[in-house]
Write a protein that binds this ligand. Structure first.
Ligand SMILES: NC(=O)c1ccc[n+]([C@@H]2O[C@H](COP(=O)([O-])OP(=O)(O)OC[C@H]3O[C@@H](n4cnc5c(N)ncnc54)[C@H](OP(=O)(O)O)[C@@H]3O)[C@@H](O)[C@H]2O)c1
Length: 267
């Protein structure tokens, strides 16, 4: 099973890596890996706990960063709406938008998640999409001037409401579509795109890997924000590789807050 992991080098004949180095890579769901060094990156433990290389200071954090700043082109004073906002990507995206001076609304699937977003993370508004009946009404209350940037992690009915809530020259950033990943039948679509005409809006998908040549620069900035407390993160940690499948299924069901991790050895 493929998957990102952080590990410690126990033996090396490669000049770039020494015993004891921490490395990150797509190392798979396993406890030991033999590697020729390709696709590995050193993890600097001075930047933060090594687990952060899988979350806030790793792929999810970078996804939030480039999705918002590059694809979403957010500017101070704008209104941002984020679905999946208590997850690994969404929780960072919300805080980055706040750091950029935007007004931020997010949605997620439990009261505990909403409390965390409104409290510790500083979202201006948030709603539980599982108990909210009318997403458009919730958005018009939370974003009275419309949504300038809609950062979509989920797709589904919330996306419909957000597209209809766009402001003039709004941008829709398609980061993820988790509401559709297990769909047995694809929905007919695209739908509601008439509102892109009226709002002169734009919709764009992206993959974080497109920005690989700028990862180091982005990570240095985000590490500063983590250090000075402006960027907070949370991890949901399950112990033991035998529990990885359950953790993965739990993540699909929303049991995680922040980044879902599986710990297979003490740090
Ligand atoms: N474009 C890229 O390069 C890139 C990179 C990384 C990740 N992604 C995508 O970004 C999204 C977030 O990834 P992540 O790693 O940060 O995951 P995550 O948000 O930490 O975990 C997934 C969350 O999705 C929510 N969810 C599950 N089913 C849902 C549904 N039907 N409707 C609404 N929400 C639902 C659950 O939270 P609730 O309790 O809120 O339901 C769950 O916690 C995923 O779609 C992922 O594929 C894209």
């Amino acid at each position: 099973m493929t998957g990102g992991a952080v590990g410690r080098v126990v033996q090396s004949r490669n000049k770039r890596y020494r015993e004891g180095d921490f490395v990150h890579g797509v190392l798979g769901w396993q406890e030991w890996v033999v590697s020729d060094g390709r696709g590995l990156h050193k993890v600097d433990p001075k930047l933060g706990p090594i687990s952060t290389a899988l979350g806030v200071l790793g792929m999810p954090g970078l996804t939030a960063y480039f999705g918002l700043f590059e694809v979403g082109e957010i500017k101070a004073g704008e209104t941002v709406f984020i679905t999946g906002a208590a997850g690994a990507v969404g929780s960072i995206a919300g805080q980055l938008a706040r750091i950029a001076g935007c007004r931020v609304t997010g949605s997620a699937g439990s009261a505990e998640k909403i409390r965390w977003m409104r409290g510790e993370l500083g979202f201006d508004a948030a709603f539980d999409y599982k108990t909210t009946l009318d997403y458009r009404a919730a958005l018009s209350e939370a974003c009275p001037r419309g949504v300038d940037c809609f950062f979509d992690n989920t797709g589904g009915p919330q996306s419909d409401a957000a597209i209809l809530s766009l402001a003039h020259r709004g941008r829709v950033v398609i980061c993820g579509q988790i509401a559709h990943y297990n769909a047995e039948k694809l929905e007919t679509g695209p739908r509601l795109l008439f509102n892109l005409i009226i709002r002169r809006a734009r919709i764009e998908g992206f993959l974080v890997l497109d920005y690989a040549d700028r990862f180091a620069q982005a990570l240095a900035r985000m590490a500063e924000w983590v250090k000075d407390g402006r960027l907070k993160y949370r991890e949901t940690v399950v112990d033991g590789i035998e529990n990885a499948p359950a953790a993965f299924i739990g993540m699909m069901r929303g049991e995680n807050i922040g980044k879902q991790l599986v710990r297979i050895a003490p740090e």
